[in-house]
Design a binder for this molecule. Structure first.
Ligand code: F3S
Length: 770
């Protein structure tokens, strides 16, 4: 049966265009002539240019760069700010693909859903007003605070088998539970999809995970991914898609698969996916998407939604689900996996206090109906013998639909009966939005069903050890309050002195009467028409939001070489996007380029002297000192209208797709970065913002350029005139007046040359629509 039909839907916008995708795939097959994995099918059918996009075949995975056309974009409230500010400066009137915004990261947990939501709406009002007004102007679906967590809402409303989607959050792959490719990206990438610019991805390798056997008793899909994280480690999935296959996939619920896909992010995977199953079909129906299920059934019948017989993976991992036992991962890293049966001994060995201080369930990772009914089964068993949880026990529902269905089916009251506090439908403690009053600065252990457990993530206390487990293990252990309690084998002692042992939990993957949508005012009008007259609200003197001024092109005066550039500094060694634009307290300025730029390179090492956050201002005059912080010297150059360049080391900009790391130097007047080598994503981000990235042809030249030297490009004009094989040299005039030239290499494509010439990709897009 199809349920939840009271939710407004626009089926055309949530059903992948299967006939077109299948046709595209046929063109690709003509070139590749080999069996394909599911992930390849979804990727290649979304090529911008299916007939030419793969050249003449050859080696693709791990080597080729794909130009893709995602079908949808989802953004959370923190990262949506800069994405929208950039989108606005492109000057379009609507998004090229359906897009949604989700207010979930900025809600702080403290007393309980209602009070927390009201307080957080007040403290973040200007951000929410900005997002909502921009959504109205451009026809974006706006999910306001309280509606739920981005990934749960996407799974319930937008995800569909075979779809390709981008989301500005690392756990976007959660939607892979519905057999699609959902990829977490930075705002600049989302803007590519929103402006209809081809989105570039280095073709990932594909790891196959073959699932056989059956989960039993206490083991869940969470334990599968916790176990796999232990095997692969936090880097094992980098540059790879994890594709599951085999009979074990078909016995899992769709939401259980989503948990696995969600935590693929913990091993660094690009995303995870599964072949279409009958449980996915039931989930689509149960969430009111019968027409999507029917379309998917047809696409599956044509072989689109699973791997071809004989498809080859870059590596195959075998997992027998019957062998899996509950697993606990942590502390401080999600890949330190310990089977439950060995966890007590592990705690003793480490000399930790055998004490749990809080249990937290829910979040985007584990708040499905199945998770919650299994947990409620344990709560019911406990209540029947008069037990309540020994420690604070907090539950975050993933969405309004889950919250309302839990309430209707007495799951909430069952949890509250044993001491649970149900929080707002938002990220809350998972992202540190937890006003925790106890254990400040003290070593303590918490157990959560979340996905990440880096230091300080949940309560800001770096001594809090966060262990990750399935929701049922978290719940059972919350009744004991001890770290070494194993609910599978150990008993609790009742007041009467009698022992009590939990029976293995059982639940229901979908509600038999369907989901209830809950408060329908949370549901946006699907694919609303843009309202171009809407004024985007940015409070005067706001410290959190600032309109982006388009960057000026250095070539606007007819010159085709960069103006003479002063070298700001030579950066030594590792310089990740975190070094270039630090996170932590700076996150609140994500929508305010002037304010966030104050963190530019503040943890980078200056190769001249070896100090952190020190730069030299050789032209300092008056009261200014010759040595200052990096942002201060950059600001002084900007104030003098002196464009500048950076010399950097190997793999510059590794780490993430954070676009601030490219926007900030550009904002202060950087036009050129010369590297021993670049991390590819960051290099592309620099090009998008109009910064020219050049590679030393000979890495030893790195030390020949120093701060205060002046560099000029020679040969850039050839490139700008459309000759991608042009050789660019740098003419260096050092501080002693010596002049010499250095050869460089570049990776600019024809499109990227246009961006550079216009001053940024967004300037170029704007020039095209005018
Ligand atoms: Fe939110 Fe935590 Fe998921 S921050 S999106 S609940 S990983």
């Amino acid at each position: 049966a199809t349920h939840a039909s009271t939710i407004p839907r626009n089926y055309a916008s949530i059903t992948p265009p299967y006939p077109t995708l299948i046709r595209n795939l046929e063109q690709v097959r003509d070139v590749l002539k080999r069996p394909l994995t599911l992930a390849e099918k979804v990727l290649y059918s979304h090529l911008h240019d299916p007939d030419k996009g793969l050249g003449n075949g050859g080696r693709i995975r791990g080597e080729a760069y794909l130009q893709l056309k995602p079908e949808r974009v989802a953004m959370q409230d923190a990262s949506a700010q800069m994405a929208l500010l950039q989108f606005m400066s492109a000057g379009l009137t609507r998004c090229a693909v359906p897009t949604s915004i989700h207010c979930d990261h900025l809600i702080q947990a403290s007393e309980g859903a209602k009070a927390d939501l009201e307080r957080s709406i007040v403290s973040n009002q200007e951000v929410f007003e900005f997002l909502e007004s921009a959504a109205r102007k451009y026809g974006i679906e706006f999910w306001r605070p309280g509606s739920g967590i981005i990934h749960q809402i996407v799974l319930e409303n937008y995800a569909a088998p075979g779809m390709l989607m981008l989301g500005t959050d690392s756990h976007t792959p959660n939607a892979g539970g519905l057999g699609m490719l959902a990829i977490g990206v930075g705002g600049a990438d989302a803007v590519d999809a929103m402006t209809g610019t081809p989105w570039e991805l280095k073709a990932p390798q594909i790891v196959g995970v073959h699932l056989t056997g059956n989960l039993s008793g206490w083991a869940t899909t969470k334990d599968l991914i916790l176990h796999l994280a232990g095997k692969l480690t936090v880097r094992g999935g980098t540059g790879r898609i994890i594709e599951y296959f085999g009979p074990g996939v078909h016995s899992q619920s769709c939401t259980g698969l989503a948990t696995i896909a969600n935590m693929g992010a913990e091993v660094g995977a690009t995303t995870s996916t599964f072949p279409y199953t009958s449980n996915m079909q039931s989930y689509l129906r149960s969430t009111g998407r019968g027409p999507v299920a029917r379309a998917a059934d047809e696409a599956a019948a044509q072989g689109f939604l699973s791997a071809d017989e004989g498809a080859e993976y870059d590596e195959v991992i075998e997992i027998n689900l019957s062998d899996l036992e509950p697993t606990i991962n942590g502390p401080f890293t999600p890949d330190l996996a310990t089977p439950l049966s060995k966890f007590g001994a592990f705690v003793t060995e480490q000399g930790w206090k055998d004490e749990l201080s809080a249990g937290l369930i829910g979040s985007c990772t584990n708040s499905s109906y199945e998770d919650m009914t299994r947990v409620a089964d344990l709560a019911r068993q406990a209540k029947a013998v008069g037990l309540t949880t020994k420690i604070p026990f907090l539950c975050t529902p993933g969405s309004e639909q889950i919250r309302a269905t839990m309430e209707r089916d007495n799951v909430t009251s069952t949890l509250e009966d044993v001491g649970a506090v149900v929080l707002a439908n938002a990220c809350g403690p998972c992202i540190g939005q937890w006003k925790r009053e106890d254990k400040k600065g003290e070593e303590n252990a918490i157990l959560t069903s979340f996905n990440r457990n880096f230091k300080s993530r949940n309560d800001g206390n770096r001594y809090t050890m966060n262990f990750l487990a399935s929701p049922t293990i978290v719940t059972a252990m919350a009744f004991s309050g001890s770290l070494s309690f194993n609910p599978m084998t150990d008993s609790l002692t009742l007041e009467s002195g009698k022992p009590f042992k939990f029976s293995p939990p059982s639940g229901q993957d979908l509600p038999s009467t369907g989901f209830t949508p809950g408060n329908t005012s949370f549901y946006p009008v699907p694919t609303p028409e843009p309202q171009p007259d809407t004024e985007i609200i940015i409070k005067k003197n706001s410290q959190r939001l600032e309109l982006l001024e388009p960057f000026t092109s250095p070539f606007s005066h007819g010159n085709l070489e960069l103006p003479p550039l002063k070298i700001l500094m030579r950066v030594r060694g590792k310089c990740t996007t975190d070094h270039i634009s630090a996170a932590g307290p700076w996150l609140k300025y994500k929508g305010h380029l002037t304010n966030i730029s104050e963190n530019l390179l503040i943890t980078a090492v200056n190769d001249e002297g070896g100090d952190v956050n020190v730069a030299f201002d050789h032209e300092a005059s008056g009261d200014a000192t010759k040595t200052d912080t990096i942002p201060n010297v950059a600001k002084r150059l900007k104030a003098r209208n002196q464009p500048w360049a950076l010399v950097v080391d190997d793999n510059y900009g590794e780490g993430s797709a954070r676009e601030h790391a490219a926007l900030q130097p550009r904002f202060y007047g950087c036009n050129l970065i010369i590297a021993r080598s670049f991390a590819r994503i960051h290099e592309t981000n620099l090009k998008k913002q109009g910064v020219l990235p050049l590679w030393f042809a000979d890495k030893v030249d790195y030390s020949r350029i120093s701060s205060g030297d002046v560099v000029e490009t020679v040969g850039l004009a050839d490139l700008l005139e459309g000759r991608p094989d042009a050789i660019i040299r740098l003419k260096v005039t050092n501080r002693e007046g010596e002049i010499f030239e250095i050869p460089t290499k570049h990776t600019m494509s024809m499109d990227q040359i246009k961006w550079l010439r216009a001053g940024s990709a967004l300037n170029y897009i704007r020039s095209q629509i005018q």
